[in-house]
Every structure is written in structure tokens, then in C-alpha cells.
Design a protein around this ligand. Structure first.
Ligand code: PEP
Ligand code: MG
Length: 583
């Protein structure tokens, strides 16, 4: 039995068999297999597929660019035909009983080192070609392994170096019970998506992929951030019992569905849900939530190989309007870029995508796409109320440009005689320090703010939200973050602009009293958290929350804030709430 500790990102317990996914971009760990013959077959089909790629690409290059340009593919083809490259791979698989991926990586490394060490520069320049070919063969091997997920029967737990949100999104249609990754942070979109799917997940495990093999029995403990390989019988039994108790507790939460989140002194707090797909609205409704505070529309791309068409988007938005039954529906325009979509498919990935062309910047540079989305939203608005908000606004010019385009699209629809609502509230995410500091200025130009703490924390503290190595520095309890939230709430009150918080901190029951104490009356959270938040709201009052916020405001370190909030939570809920203990 081996225990790995990481960062808990999605609650729950899963017990199942490991399915290990390697990544072309990362070092492939040495893993042994029971069936080398199977690996040899996989190797041959990857080599055949790579040869077919090269033939096709060579023909195309010859046709379009001439025979000289096509020679580069001739070199690749020659290498693949060379038994001194492929035979050692086969031998390694047979003798060392390792995966085909590992054998390919190791043999290509030997060849690349050999070329790199030659005195002739012509040979040295071939090193890039060697790695290029290596990637091609590996992509076929890994892609084929990935597609085996579809055929897996039963209880699979995926382990990977890292997963993109698109890969995680594809788990919706596969039998994946949980996952663990070596990399990642609590608010990466992969983690957020795991919560949306309701599958237990742990990230930042650092080296579990080196140790685990396909088929190993695993326990994923999404509460404590632990994955256990080959658990003993006692541990398995304990986890089975715990999972049953949590299930039973979840049933008791249903009684909260019909109760409003009202503090003991009668202040109604709105608790809405964050969604990635319309189907998640069902859970918000089941828990008696106040509609959708954030629809991350960019996730519509992640399970699709194309930009969703205007018609497809119109159908999605209209479906949402029907499902919320008159409650709030806040549609955020595409927040593409950074860890979402664009880099995986880009010819030239950005060097620093979180500071690059993402969110509203990406929309303003891709006007056709932006207008198609706005048309779809506006057309859907004819069927019921909705709000629109723009992500990652950093300056007033961006906001004005986005609004101008929105009005252009309205004019187009009017000319075409297509019905839409003229009274759509327009808001913006406050998720970078520049927007928070200038909230009073922005407040004059929007109808509402939604504070996105996931990004606000990362940009205020200069901590990449997806990087496990700096995960301990990523904290919503940093006094600078709390000050910025306070500033935005104050500005919105002064200017009569609605404000909500839709970052992950809003789903954290330890932080609920603080957020209320800072003046927030609207929270948008992971749908599964709604009952837990209702329980907190219904057992506190505004004065207590404000006192707590004042005390927190006097602290100068994140540690003080965290431990104070923890202590206060324990004081109010000595038994924890809902299997979520205060520890
Ligand atoms: C945020 O940044 O807090 C937010 C809600 O948006 P996202 O997590 O999609 O970046
Ligand atoms: Mg954000």
C-alpha cells in the first residue's frame, strides 16, 4: 500500500482500477506491463500510422511546395524504416517488459544524443527532426491508449501528469470514477470541471504516475487530497464505510432545498450556481438555488471539435432560459485562452498564456466569433430574462469596445427583424487587480460586477492557479485579496451597482461569514455546495459576520486569517457540516 498526498479539488471517494495516461509533452515514466506482446502490437500499429502520416505529408508538400521542401519528410521516413532505431525498441519491450511509450522515448533519446554529440553541424541540426518524429509516434501510442478509455468496463480512475479541461470534459461520456494528476492547482479549470462532474479528484500529486501501473487498485479521497495505491483490506473497508455515510448524509441535505438562505436576523442571501453546461442547472434547481450566477460558455467548445455555431449556441442559451424557470441566468461571454482550449490547439502556443491573449482580449481579436455569440445570446433573450458579462476586463477601453460590439449586433438584429430584449443588464467580471482598484470608475459603465476570485488571487499574488509548486502561496485569505474584495463591494454600493462573487472562495464554507461580513449578498457557487452554504447562512446573523470581517481586516498575514476563519467555523459548527468536518 502506498499513500500519495496532493491537493484536494473535488469531494468524494472513489474506489477503482488505475488507467494511466501519459503525455507527449512530459517525461514518460518507466512502467512495466504483464503483456509485452500487447505492447509490441501497439508499437507496430503506431509505426504504421506514423508512416502513413509521413507519406501523406510528403505527397502534400511535394504538390504544394516542390520536391526540395518534401525532403524533410524523406528523412523522417528513412529513420522509421531503419531497423537500428526500431529493433532496440522492440527488444526493450520484450526484455524489460516496459510500455511501448517508455521504450520509444528511451530509444529516441539515445538517437537524439548521438546526433547532438556529432561534430558535423548538419547532423546536429537533425536533433529537432528526431524529437519531431518521436512526438509523432508517441501521439499515436498515447492517442490509442486514450481511446481505450471508451472501451474500459467498470470502475476506472484516470491518473495523468496533467489533464486539460477538454480531456476532463470528455470524461462525461466515459466511465471515469475519479482522477489524480501530478500537476495542477485547486482552481485550475480541470479541477473546476471535476467538481462540476461530481467526480472525486486530487491534483498536485507530483509523482504518482511514475509509480502506478494500469490496473492497480486505487482509492481517491477527494476530501483529504489522498490517493492510495494497492490499499490493504482494512483501509478499503474503512473507505467503503465512509463513502456510505457521506451518501446517507447527502440525503439529509435535501430538506434544505425548500428553505431560503436567510440569516437569523432576516437578511436574504442569494445563492446561485456556476455552470459549464445547461445540464448542471438541474442540480441548482434541486438544491433550491437562485439560478445561474455564472455560465462558463467557453466549455461548450471543450467537448466539440469546432466553434459552436450561432444556432447551436442559441439552442443552449434558450435551453438554459427554460431550465432556470425565470430565475437569474448570467451568461459570461467566451473566456477562452490561458488553460482553456486555445493553447492546446494553437500552432504557436503563447509563452505566457495567463498573461496573454485570453478572455475579452481573445474575443476582441476574433470579432466574427464574438459577434456570433452575442447574436445567439440576444436571440435567446427574446425567450426570457438573462444577463451578459465580459471576462477579464482590465481597462475601460475594452469594456467600451465590447459594449459597442454588443450594440452593433443589436442593430443588425433589428434590421433583420429578429426579436430580442433591449433590457439586458451588462456586467463585468472583476478578476484582475486593475479592475478591482478602479471599481468606482467601472461602476459608472456597468449594471453589475461579479468578483472572480480565482483569477483575482492569481494576478494579485503572482501565483499561477494551475501550478502545484506554488499552490501553498495561492490563498483567498491573503489580506491583499480581502482588501480588494472589500473595495469592490464598497464601490458597487456607492454607485448602486449589483455585486456578486463567483470565484471558488464563494463555495468555501469557511469563508461564507467573511464574505457576508464584507457586504456581499450574492454568491455564485459550485451547485453541489448550495445546501452547505444554506446551512451556514441560516445559522448566522449580519452583525456576527461584520464583526468577524472587522477582525479579519486587522490581520496582516494569510495564516492569521486562515486559522481565525477555521476557529470561527469550528466554534459555530463544532460537528462540521455535512461530512465536511472543520478539520
Ligand atoms: C474566476 O476567475 O474567479 C472565475 C469565476 O472565472 P474562471 O474560474 O472561469 O476563470
Ligand atoms: Mg476567471
Amino acid at each position: 500500500m502506498q499513500v500519495f498526498r496532493g491537493i484536494p479539488v473535488s469531494q468524494g471517494i472513489a474506489i477503482g482500477r488505475a488507467f494511466v495516461l501519459d503525455d507527449v509533452r512530459q517525461h514518460i515514466p518507466r512502467r512495466t506491463v504483464a503483456n509485452p506482446a500487447g505492447e509490441l502490437t501497439r508499437l507496430e500499429s503506431a509505426l504504421t500510422a506514423s508512416r502513413a502520416d509521413l507519406t501523406r505529408m510528403r505527397e502534400q508538400a511535394e504538390e504544394e511546395l516542390g520536391t526540395e521542401a518534401a525532403k524533410i519528410f524523406a528523412f523522417h521516413q528513412g529513420m522509421l524504416a531503419d531497423a537500428s532505431l526500431t529493433n532496440p525498441i522492440r527488444e526493450r519491450i520484450e526484455q524489460d517488459r516496459v510500455t511501448a511509450e517508455y521504450a520509444v522515448q528511451e530509444q529516441f533519446r539515445i538517437i537524439a544524443d548521438m546526433f547532438g554529440g556529432m561534430s558535423d553541424t548538419a547532423f546536429r541540426t537533425k536533433v529537432d527532426d528526431v524529437w519531431d518524429l518521436h512526438h509523432r509516434v508517441l501521439r499515436h501510442l498515447i492517442g490509442e491508449h486514450d481511446s481505450q478509455l471508451d472501451e474500459m468496463q467498470g470502475d476506472v480512475i484516470v491518473l495523468a501528469g496533467d489533464l486539460t479541461p477538454s480531456q476532463t470534459a470528455a470524461f462525461r461520456t466515459k466511465s471515469v470514477l475519479g482522477f489524480g494528476t501530478d500537476m495542477g492547482g485547486k482552481t485550475s479549470h480541470t479541477a473546476i470541471f471535476a467538481r462540476a462532474l461530481g467526480i472525486p479528484a486530487v491534483v498536485g500529486l507530483e509523482r504518482i504516475c511514475e509509480v502506478a501501473d494500469d490496473g492497480d487498485q486505487l482509492i481517491v479521497d477527494g476530501e483529504r487530497g489522498v490517493i492510495i495505491i494497492d490499499p490493504d483490506e482494512d483501509t478499503l473497508e474503512e473507505y467503503r464505510r465512509h463513502a456510505k455515510a457521506a451518501e446517507a448524509y447527502a440525503l439529509t441535505l435535501t430538506e434544505l432545498a425548500d428553505l431560503d438562505p436567510v440569516t437569523t436576523d432576516g437578511v436574504r442571501i442569494e445563492i446561485m450556481g456556476n455552470i459549464e453546461f445547461p445540464s448542471e442547472i438541474e442540480m441548482i434547481q434541486r438544491h433550491g438555488g437562485d439560478g445561474v450566477g455564472l455560465f462558463r460558455t467557453e466549455f461548450l467548445w471543450l467537448t466539440s471539435d469546432h466553434e459552436p455555431t450561432e444556432e447551436e449556441q442559441y439552442d443552449y442559451y434558450r435551453e438554459c432560459i427554460e431550465l432556470v424557470e425565470g430565475k437569474a441566468l448570467t451568461i459570461r461571454t467566451f473566456d477562452l485562452g490561458a488553460d482553456k482550449y486555445t493553447q492546446e490547439r494553437a500552432m504557436n502556443p503563447e509563452r505566457n498564456p495567463f498573461l496573454g491573449c485570453r478572455s475579452i482580449r481573445y474575443c476582441l481579436q476574433n470579432l466574427g466569433m464574438f459577434k456570433r455569440q452575442l447574436r445567439a445570446i440576444l436571440r435567446a433573450s427574446a425567450h426570457g430574462p438573462l444577463k451578459v458579462m465580459f471576462p477579464l476586463v482590465t481597462n475601460t477601453l475594452e469594456l467600451r469596445q465590447a459594449r459597442m460590439i454588443f450594440h452593433d449586433v443589436m442593430e443588425d438584429l433589428e434590421e433583420e427583424g429578429i426579436p430580442f430584449s433591449r433590457d439586458i443588464p451588462i456586467g463585468m467580471m472583476v478578476e484582475v487587480p486593475s479592475a478591482a482598484v478602479m471599481a468606482a470608475t467601472f461602476a459608472k459603465e456597468v449594471d453589475f460586477f461579479s468578483i472572480g476570485t480565482n483569477d483575482l488571487i492569481q494576478y494579485t499574488l503572482a501565483v499561477d492557479r494551475t501550478n502545484e509548486r506554488v499552490a501553498s502561496l495561492y490563498s483567498s485569505a491573503h489580506p491583499a485579496v480581502i482588501k480588494l474584495i472589500k473595495e469592490v463591494v464598497r464601490a458597487s454600493r456607492r454607485h448602486g451597482v449589483e455585486v456578486s462573487c463567483c470565484g471558488e472562495v464563494a463555495s468555501d464554507t469557511d469563508a461564507t461569514m467573511l464574505l457576508i461580513g464584507l457586504g456581499l449578498r450574492r454568491l455564485s457557487v459550485t451547485p453541489a455546495s448550495i445546501p452547505y452554504l444554506k446551512r451556514v447562512v441560516r445559522s448566522t446573523d449580519i452583525e456576527t459576520c461584520e464583526r468577524l470581517a472587522r477582525t479579519v481586516g486587522s490581520f496582516d498575514s494569510e495564516r492569521q486569517v486562515t486559522s481565525y476563519l477555521r476557529d470561527q467555523f469550528k466554534k459555530h459548527f463544532p460537528d462540521g457540516i455535512g461530512g465536511r468536518s472543520a478539520d
